[in-house]
Design a binder for this molecule. Structure first.
Ligand SMILES: *[C@@H]1O[C@H](CO)[C@@H](O)[C@H](O)[C@H]1NC(C)=O
Ligand SMILES: *[C@@H]1O[C@H](CO)[C@@H](O)[C@H](O)[C@H]1NC(C)=O
Ligand SMILES: *[C@@H]1O[C@H](CO)[C@@H](O)[C@H](O)[C@H]1NC(C)=O
Ligand SMILES: *[C@@H]1O[C@H](CO)[C@@H](O)[C@H](O)[C@H]1NC(C)=O
Ligand SMILES: *[C@@H]1O[C@H](CO)[C@@H](O)[C@H](O)[C@H]1NC(C)=O
Ligand SMILES: *[C@@H]1O[C@H](CO)[C@@H](O)[C@H](O)[C@H]1NC(C)=O
Length: 312
């Protein structure tokens, strides 16, 4: 009789521990991969994952990571979490070997609400090609093309040395606008972006320099768009959330207020996982944190029940 009771007692103690323990297993449901690029905070591929400033931004299509902003879609070649930068590629971006005209390129324009979170690096040079004399770039600047400059040592004089210019070459008559004009993203004013239609340009190239290395010429430049990301403020919310083993995310969309959320396994919190005061989470926490005493309790229970059984 006693042994049945003690068996039930032991079962009673062990069975609930499985769902309790697994419910406290805060496996990061947001971390993922696209091809060989790891997707982590502040980015996310799933709705609700990451920081809200990066929502509806990245898409994984057949293991190719794509970024979508107002001006179009770009392939993401790399996410540098240390330097908080993304390297983007636009198939219609001119390089040292080919110049793409016909206004096919995207340029780069980011939605104004997203601009504080994502903006091309200040040392990324946009080389605008074939812009009309009426372009904003050349307005109000009678004597010199003030807007055009060298950006971190990357400029049109060097770019003209590329084989791509060989066939038709830059016009050197000196009266019309230059065939190429290099600017940095912020040069044209806040939230203007690089809008090829608005600037009346035929094409563009983009290059960036990573290390302060002496680069031998435009054939050694890195072509692509280097974009910096910055979670505004010190992101105390996510730090607190992660410190309590939570995963940072957000909720709300389309009209409803967007707020940061801390995913805590079976629950979501608007502060941190510690603020959950349900009995279940307290028990499961105690169990996970004190695994050894728990095992000891089970062992003691078994010993007691065996003892009772022997006596019975
Ligand atoms: C958490 O759960 C995942 C699967 O859901 C498992 O792979 C992982 O080992 C678990 N982690 C811990 C600490 O139990
Ligand atoms: C991903 O793989 C490609 C080659 O397939 C390589 O060029 C690239 O550096 C890799 N990227 C990362 C982030 O490992
Ligand atoms: C670029 O400028 C054109 C003309 O001003 C405008 O119609 C278009 O919406 C702009 N594109 C973006 C992505 O802002
Ligand atoms: C850019 O740098 C080149 C040398 O690499 C120089 O010849 C040219 O005058 C500079 N252009 C501007 C606009 O400062
Ligand atoms: C937001 O609205 C768009 C269309 O207006 C819809 O496609 C999308 O699914 C909505 N998102 C959510 C999370 O409801
Ligand atoms: C937590 O929030 C996310 C995103 O809004 C949602 O998908 C998920 O179902 C929520 N989980 C719980 C347990 O409420």
């Amino acid at each position: 009789m006693h042994h049945i009771l003690s068996l039930l007692f032991a079962l009673l103690l062990t069975i609930p521990s499985f769902p309790l323990c697994s419910s406290y297993n805060h496996s990061n449901t947001c971390r993922s991969y696209c091809g060989n690029i790891s997707i982590d905070y502040p980015f996310g591929l799933k709705y609700g994952c990451g920081h809200p400033g990066y929502r509806d931004l990245l898409y994984c299509i057949n293991d190719v990571l794509m970024l979508h902003v107002a001006s179009g879609s770009y392939r993401v070649l790399d996410i540098d979490y240390t330097f908080q930068a993304l390297t983007l590629h636009d198939p219609h971006l001119s390089t040292c070997n080919s110049i793409v005209l016909g206004s096919k390129g995207n340029g780069f324009v980011v939605e104004s609400w997203r601009a504080p979170f994502l903006t091309p690096a200040p040392d990324n040079a946009f080389l605008l090609i074939g812009c009309s004399a009426k372009s904003l770039l050349f307005q109000g600047l009678p004597s010199k093309h003030l807007a055009c400059r060298n950006v971190s040592g990357l400029g049109c004089e060097d770019y003209y040395r590329c084989p791509a210019w060989g066939s038709f070459g830059p016009k050197t008559l000196g009266l019309g606008p230059p065939e190429c004009c290099a600017v940095a993203y912020g040069d044209l004013g806040p939230n203007q972006g690089i809008n090829l239609t608005k600037l009346d340009c035929q094409g563009y190239s983009s290059a960036y320099s990573l290390a302060p290395l002496r680069i031998d010429g435009p054939h050694e430049w890195s072509y692509g768009i280097r974009v910096k990301y910055s979670v505004q403020g010190h992101d105390a919310f996510c730090k607190t959330c992660e410190a309590t083993r939570g995963t940072c995310g957000y909720s709300g969309d389309n009209g409803s207020e967007i707020r940061e959320l801390c995913f805590c396994g079976t629950r979501n919190s608007t502060s941190s996982c510690d603020s959950i005061t349900s009995v279940e989470s307290m028990i499961s926490k105690a169990i996970t944190l004190k695994a050894l005493p728990w095992n000891a309790i089970v062992t003691i229970c078994i010993l007691i029940s065996m003892d009772l059984w022997n006596k019975g």
